[in-house]
Design a protein around this ligand. Structure first.
Ligand code: UT7
Length: 319
């Protein structure tokens, strides 16, 4: 039986840190409002020359180094992003070239804030099917480029960054179970409803969100999908060592842990320092907690995504 295991992780944040007070100097908001509603204290914002592929490259180099493999061992790259460098080629192909490798499969996966969880579950299935042996799975975003900086209800929430893992075939799991879902009838509550046509933007190129509707939806589905994923592999909530939900809002994270009956100490939180980095948030949090020694070999980690589409999903991983 072939399984897949995470053998390395890495992440990267742009150097430019923007605090709530920095935002309060530019718009009608306050550190107190942002902190109390979201838990966010600061976010990293990409400089003009930084793109999803350049952030992905730094995260990938760190993941490859920690996995102790050569870049040439990678035969599948999946980049989860909603803010690609170009319409095409994919950010995954650009990343492949930047890594100096060629020949393996490379594609982008677009499931907004669930993107990394979707990509990890997809790479696991490719490996289990025997199609590939060593996958680089990345979440990379520059959401700062699609924010309306005049809309205080959304622009204070997001940040830029990238996280990556190396997933390799193994005779032991690894990825224990996954569950992915979508309901396109909720497309309107979180979207960037624009496109490019004839050299011009059509529709609206900025992120629009019904915050309270997203909040309610997220709390419900994160609870359901965690239970579904555990049931698929015969695990109980008490077996989970760490919970890493998509880092959108501290109140969503805390409600999810509470609904699941998991103590606060098992929750990994990075939203305070990173803001919501969409598809990058889960691998950024995973890498941080591996590197600071909280997540150890053998630990079971529940990764969860929820975002535009609407999409949601979870992956239970044994490290
Ligand atoms: O990846 C998934 C993406 N997104 C999410 O997960 C976000 C989910 N939703 C949320 O996190 C919350 O709904 C928000 C943080 C976005 C908003 O919190 P809320 O408690 O639902 O506030 P609200 O939208 O109901 O707004 C309350 C008030 C409004 O003023 P009035 O109409 O009550 O006078 C807003 O105009 O807060 C005002 N407001 C702000 N005030 C200061 C909205 N944004 C700001 C701001 N600073 N940045």
């Amino acid at each position: 039986m072939i399984y897949s295991r995470i053998i390395g992780s890495g992440s990267y944040l742009p150097r430019n840190v923007v605090t709530n007070d920095d935002l309060a100097r530019r718009m009608d908001t306050s550190d107190e409002w942002i902190r109390s509603r979201t838990g966010i204290r600061q976010r990293h914002i990409a400089e003009a020359g930084e793109t999803a592929s350049s952030l992905a490259l730094e995260a990938s180099k760190a993941a490859i180094a920690s996995a102790g493999i050569a870049a040439g061992d990678i035969d599948l790259i999946i980049v989860a992003t909603s803010t690609p460098d170009y319409i095409f080629p994919s950010t995954a192909c650009l990343l492949q070239a930047k890594l100096g490798i060629k020949g393996g499969a490379a594609f982008d996966l677009q499931a907004v804030c669930s993107g990394f969880v979707y990509a990890l579950a997809t790479a696991d299935l490719y490996i289990r099917a025997g199609q590939n042996r060593c996958a680089l799975v990345v979440g990379a975003e520059v959401f700062s480029r699609i924010l309306d900086w005049n809309d205080r209800g959304t622009c204070v929430l997001f940040g830029d960054g990238a996280g990556a893992v190396v997933l390799r075939a193994d005779d032991k799991p690894g990825i224990m179970a996954s569950a992915l879902h979508a309901d396109g009838s909720h497309a309107g509550i979180l979207s960037v409803p624009g496109s490019v046509c004839g050299g011009k933007v059509t529709g609206d190129p900025f992120l629009r969100m019904d915050g309270p509707a997203v909040f309610k939806f997220a709390v419900r589905v994160l609870d359901e999908v965690a239970r579904e994923t555990l049931a698929k592999c015969g695990q109980r909530i008490e077996d989970v060592d760490w919970l890493i939900p998509h880092q959108a809002n501290l109140r969503i994270l805390e409600s999810t842990a509470k609904r699941l009956g998991l103590p606060h100490e098992k929750l990994i939180v990075t939203v305070d320092r990173h803001g919501n980095t969409s598809a990058a948030s889960v691998p950024l949090a995973l890498d941080l907690a591996i590197r600071d020694g909280r997540i150890k070999p053998g630990h079971k980690v529940m990764l969860q995504g929820v975002g535009g589409g609407f999409t949601w999903g979870a992956v239970l991983v044994q490290m």
